[in-house]
Design a protein around this ligand. Structure first.
Ligand SMILES: Cc1cc2nc3c(=O)[nH]c(=O)nc-3n(C[C@H](O)[C@H](O)[C@H](O)COP(=O)(O)OP(=O)(O)OC[C@H]3O[C@@H](n4cnc5c(N)ncnc54)[C@H](O)[C@@H]3O)c2cc1C
Length: 507
């Protein structure tokens, strides 16, 4: 084993961890287990792999085991990083300071299905596809549906505060988690919900802690059980794709569709010209379209036949009202279906100015208001063009804007720019260039009143240092909460600029 890959925890710690779980197979100090839990799918500075490795991984089965691990970490001041599916796109589960990775994959049981009060209680290691397979026979489903649907896990969805393709109709992760059990950074086990019992959707008692414990990226504790919403399985699904010759007509149509008041609207997606160009060039699943197609608007509706059928006629009319051309049933239903199953496709682009170069995918996501989209689009593409020119290892794979408001499709958008990165060429200089590029993209977002991230997290260099700017006066509150809950900074340290909470002089 090379010195760089040496573990910083000694045999005594490994023995203590084994005593906690009483099972040698669930404590993994070996190199390959640690290497496997170092990275996520986002482009990674592979030349610095050893710097991000955990010292040991553990696979607990119960909240009590997690609690004992966290208490041990506090006693010895060892970092703890929760990890679920490891599909996060901003390094949330990547250990920045080594330590213990708590991999929740084995906590994957369905504890209770309550059809009367419409909840399902699960461990954080279960996947949504698997869960919904089990729920199907009851005529219900858990409607958290990201593009990583088959591979991300409930714990990671809670950790990131995930965004769902169906959010405009059914809400996002934070809306569909009714309550949860959490191991706090000091090891106590608490129940977090809206107040009252674990199955209440609304209360006004004390503070709304559920939101605080959603999207913290494992910096405030580890979710060990979650009680989730059960929605009726939709009777029908309808998707329609419209092509446009220019972006502005597509953007206007997006606004018209989302403001039409159609309750079954589950999501609208706006593809821009760079995205269409990338799909034409690089995606085998792309159904060929004439060169005049320069933007696409996709609409999806879910619900009962009685609601969706008449609403679909409205969609067909509005989709064409600004020059949109219906792209046909094959692309509409086929491409929409693949959106839930596209987890592997975007990871590999293969061209750089006509050369055969394998590039990996970085998805920079932000939350922005509708009115800001055209201007932000111009500025983001200009930034990527500059860096592409200067470094020769980046490519612009285009932008999507997805409806972002829960149950309210009309105002906010999750906006992503996808950047291909020639990972093999990453060295300190090129990685530094990439971090600067990310920072510039996020600065544009903030200037236009947006948020650095809609769901992936500001947990990567280039974004993390802008968190205090985005939070403004509330940053002091954030730091106070972090320090109060995690006095020793053991929970996923180094993320989201939260180390600032431990600097001298914080009131
Ligand atoms: C192809 C592709 C498509 C994607 N599409 C979407 C999309 O549509 N919408 C979307 O939101 N995301 C999307 N993502 C990103 C990713 O899938 C999500 O961020 C997802 O929520 C991560 O879940 P995970 O189980 O992989 O978590 P991980 O990556 O393991 O962890 C994510 C974060 O949560 C923390 N965490 C993990 N478990 C716990 C726990 N038990 N308690 C507290 N914190 C915990 C981790 O420390 C980390 O900070 C996509 C990713 C890929 C690769």
């Amino acid at each position: 084993m090379s010195v760089a890959f040496k573990s910083a925890v000694d045999d005594g710690v490994v023995e203590e961890l084994r005593a906690i779980v009483g099972d040698d197979d669930r404590v993994l100090p070996n190199l390959s287990s640690r290497v496997n839990r170092t990275r996520v799918p986002a482009p990674f500075p592979v030349h610095r792999w050893a710097e991000y490795m955990p010292d040991v991984a553990i696979l607990p089965r119960t909240a009590e085991e997690v609690s004992e691990v966290v208490k041990l970490a506090n006693r010895l001041r060892i970092p703890v990083v929760p990890r679920a599916g490891g599909t996060g796109l901003s390094d949330g589960a990547v250990p920045l300071r080594g330590g213990i990775v708590v991999d929740v994959k084995l906590m994957n049981e369905i504890h209770e299905v309550d059809l009367a009060d419409r909840t399902v209680t699960v461990g954080p290691g279960i996947n949504m596809l698997k869960l919904n397979e089990e729920l199907k026979r009851h005529g219900v489903f858990y409607p958290d549906d990201p593009a990583s649907y088959p591979c991300s896990l409930v714990g990671g969805r809670i950790g990131t505060g995930g965004w769902s393709l169906l959010g405009a109709r059914f809400g996002h992760t934070r809306d569909n988690v009714v309550s949860m059990e959490v191991v706090l950074p000091t090891g106590e086990i608490v129940e977090i919900g809206d107040g009252g019992g674990r199955k209440l959707r609304k209360s006004s008692t004390a503070f709304n802690l559920k939101q605080l414990f959603t999207g913290h990226q494992g910096t405030l504790g580890i979710c060990t059980e979650a009680t989730l919403e059960l929605a009726p399985r939709p009777e029908v699904e309808f998707a329609a794709f419209f092509a446009f010759e220019d972006y502005m007509s597509a953007w206007e149509t997006t606004g018209v569709l989302t403001k039409a008041g159609l309750a079954t609207l589950a999501g609208v997606v706006l593809f821009d010209e760079w995205k269409i160009r990338y799909l034409r060039r690089d995606d085998e699943a792309y159904i060929p379209q004439p060169d005049s197609v320069r933007a696409v608007v996709a609409v999806a509706m879910y619900g009962s036949r009685a609601e969706v059928e008449p609403a679909s006629r409205v969609v067909m009319k509005l989709g064409r009202s600004r020059g949109g051309r219906y792209l046909g049933d094959e692309i509409s239903s086929g491409d929409w279906a693949s959106r839930h199953d596209r987890y592997a496709t975007p990871l590999h682009g293969r061209s750089k100015e006509g050369q055969a170069v394998i590039m990996s995918w970085h998805c920079e996501d932000a939350a922005l208001n509708y009115s800001a989209l055209p201007q932000v689009r111009e500025e983001w593409h200009a930034i990527v063009a500059r860096y592409r020119e200067r470094y020769g290892i980046f490519d612009d794979w285009g932008m999507f804007a997805y409806t972002n408001g829960a149950h309210k499709p009309w105002a906010d958008y999750l906006v992503e720019i996808d950047v291909g990165i020639w990972e093999e060429r990453l060295d300190d200089e090129n990685w530094g260039g990439w971090v600067n590029c990310k920072r510039e993209i996020s600065e544009v977002t903030l200037r236009h009143g947006g948020s650095i991230t809609a769901c992936h997290g500001a947990t990567r260099a280039g974004d993390a240092e802008l968190v205090p700017d985005e939070m403004g006066g509330a940053w002091q509150v954030v730091k106070s909460i972090k320090r109060a809950l995690d006095p020793n900074n053991v929970m996923n340290p180094g993320k989201q600029s939260l180390d600032e909470a431990y600097e001298e002089g914080l009131a």
